[in-house]
Design a protein around this ligand. Sequence first.
Ligand code: SF4
Length: 374
Amino acid sequence: MTERPGAYVHVPYSAHRCSYCSFVAVTGRETEGEYFDALVREVRARGGEVDGPVDSVYFGGGTPSFAEPANLGRVLAAIGETFGVSPGAEVTAEANPDDLDDGRLSALAGLGVTRLSVGVQSLEDEELEPLERRHDAAAALEAVRRALLLGLRVSADLMIGIPGQTRESLRRSLEAILSSGVGHVSVYLLEIEKAPRLVAMREAAPGLFAGDDEMAARWEEVDDLCTAGGLPRYETSNWAKPGEESRHNLKYWRRDPVVAFGVSAASFDGIVRRVNSGSIPSYLRSVGQSGTAFVSREALPPEAALREGVLLGLRLAAGVQVEAFEAALATLPSSDRRRMEDVFEAGLLEREGGRVRLTRNGALLSNEVFSLLL
Ligand code: SF4
């Protein structure tokens, strides 16, 4: 079955810089109007790049919920006019809880957003403080509740490894978010290496930070609680009620085409991956001159593309077809093929029902498997 392409739009504005942020995001909105003008121009200039209509549109950031909804609407309309948007398309906006008052929620729903990915991170106030999030736990739960009442699908992002977090506090956050009725949960490991405040905190109080074994135990706790709550794991970091999986993100793991707009956005047409400029001034300049802002272009050789398809597919709980796995395996040197058999014997990978998939232990140690496929 040919999958429909998706569209991604990067919105690089945030009200405030969180301590751990590694995304392309700036505070201050001086360039917002000009930036959205450029996005509309870029969309129109790149018509025909994928075979539309798209069946998912994803506004990522930055904080799309911080931008004027009318600006998101302008880009969505341009995508509809240029590529077409399928009826019933999934339209997601990443959102911070403190932006989601009733007016903003209604405006987002009114312009066609169907799904919010809400940065909850934790429902313990003392864990939100070192992350320098602007909202507290009560505000996050309230925002989720109001979005659900409005009929929007909601995904909640949570974090493992926050300073001071314990397995019990993680369980409390997760139980509260599952009780709210969200249909999707994403859980990420907090990466602190590029966050000076958190690195300093770890030097001063290493006991506040979990080691590798504890991080693994917390991920297992998340997996158990979400599964018991009716949200089975469908990807290493994502759990969803059946039918609430992220249609857009599945395209990345399945190597389906995604046409992407805005600063730092990466497009893939099924063969070639192209990345836009990572700086707002140079993005604005390039789009002003030519309508596009590509700074790199890469097409993997066929054998590497086979391996990449398997590596990405193994992130999914459904795994990959045995035939695809064997074809990727055949491109490896014999020493790596033997090591892959060792991985099966160690219980990290399993063959079942014509598919190859990571076991739960394998999902925890996936880098060992993936390093053989790189
Ligand atoms: S809201 Fe997200 S993108 Fe914005 S600063 Fe915080 S982590 Fe970064």
